[in-house]
Design a protein around this ligand. Structure first.
Ligand code: GUN
Length: 297
């Protein structure tokens, strides 16, 4: 193996420490803690784990956590009423409605109901528009975490060729926008891309967010490139009955060629909640009209 390992777990710990400092200063100035509300509808086990971890880390950073757990058969109107109440609550700086929602609800309608200035997920069309036009808003947590790791490793990204594999609203598209803003030359590849290995071979930066276990092979990677693996895929393990987590990148072959690479687990994964808390402390300062050097967090 030749690649440097990009330690997202360690970076996320440092980020949470900086957030905790800002959260303490915010509470002293505002006379209240910054607050994050998380809404969970139904009993999806993976979502329950995410929500529990978000709540724990919010409190550990010195912020207030408000959890709203609603039954799976809650009506869309009742969920919208909860969102409206959170929009109006001055103790709530950030609102996150855990996705996916049950099938009888329209996710776009629910996201559209969130006040864009409390939309710490960055999913509201107003924040999507702000990102694409370069206005201050909120950026989805996972791609923002990827850019933080890239800048920490490489410094300026100016002029670099970046290939994003995946075009989802949550990762691929905002990732491309962020890399454009960093003056990269960006290609967005996806399942219909012709000759994906050849496209990936041009890239100084490869961001894999397709949800296909170990799809990106070492032979596709330009020697010395930086590889960011957003994938979290559970596959059968070597032992009977055991499973293991793998990314969208074949780590064994890619780490022999890349200059730097994120592992799975311990790369991009730990960044997502840390960036959510970063967005929340940013929201709190904006909502109270308090100064904060957002680029230094
Ligand atoms: N479900 C899985 N990841 C996310 C996320 O980042 N935000 C929300 N709201 N739901 C999710």
């Amino acid at each position: 193996m030749s690649a440097a390992i990009i330690d997202g777990k360690a970076f996320a710990e440092g980020l949470r420490a900086r957030i905790a400092t800002h959260a303490g200063e915010f509470a002293a100035k505002a006379g209240r803690k910054a607050g994050l509300a998380v809404v969970l509808v139904g009993e999806d086990p993976a979502s329950q784990v995410y929500v529990r971890n978000k709540g724990k880390q919010t409190i550990a950073c010195g912020m207030e956590s408000f959890e709203h757990k609603l039954a799976a058969d809650t009506s869309e109107a009742d969920l919208l009423a909860v969102v409206e109440a959170l929009n109006a609550d001055p103790a709530v700086d950030g609102i996150l409605v855990q996705l996916p929602l049950p099938g009888h609800m329209n996710e776009q309608k629910v996201i559209a109901a969130i006040n864009p200035d409390k939309d710490v997920d960055g999913f509201h069309v107003v924040n999507v528009g702000r990102l694409s036009t370069g206005l201050p808003g909120f950026v989805p947590c996972t791609p923002l975490g990827c850019v933080m790791l890239l800048k920490d490793k490489l410094g300026s990204l100016e002029g670099l060729d970046a290939v994003v594999i995946g075009r989802s609203n949550i990762v691929g598209k905002p990732m491309a926008q962020l890399l454009i803003a960093e003056s990269c030359t960006v290609t967005v590849a996806h399942s219909r891309t012709k000759d994906l290995p050849e496209v990936v071979r041009r890239a100084d930066i490869v961001v894999a967010a397709v949800g296909r276990p170990e799809m990106v092979k070492g032979e596709w990677i330009k020697p010395g490139a930086t590889v960011i693996d957003v994938g979290i895929n559970r596959v059968p393990g070597t032992q009977e009955g055991k499973s293991r987590l793998v990314g969208d990148v074949d780590f064994a072959s890619a780490s022999a060629v890349a200059g730097a690479i994120t592992p799975v687990p311990g790369g991009v994964g730990p960044m997502t909640i840390a960036v959510l808390l970063r967005n929340t402390i940013v929201a709190a300062h904006r909502n109270e009209g308090l100064a904060l050097d957002e680029s230094a967090i």
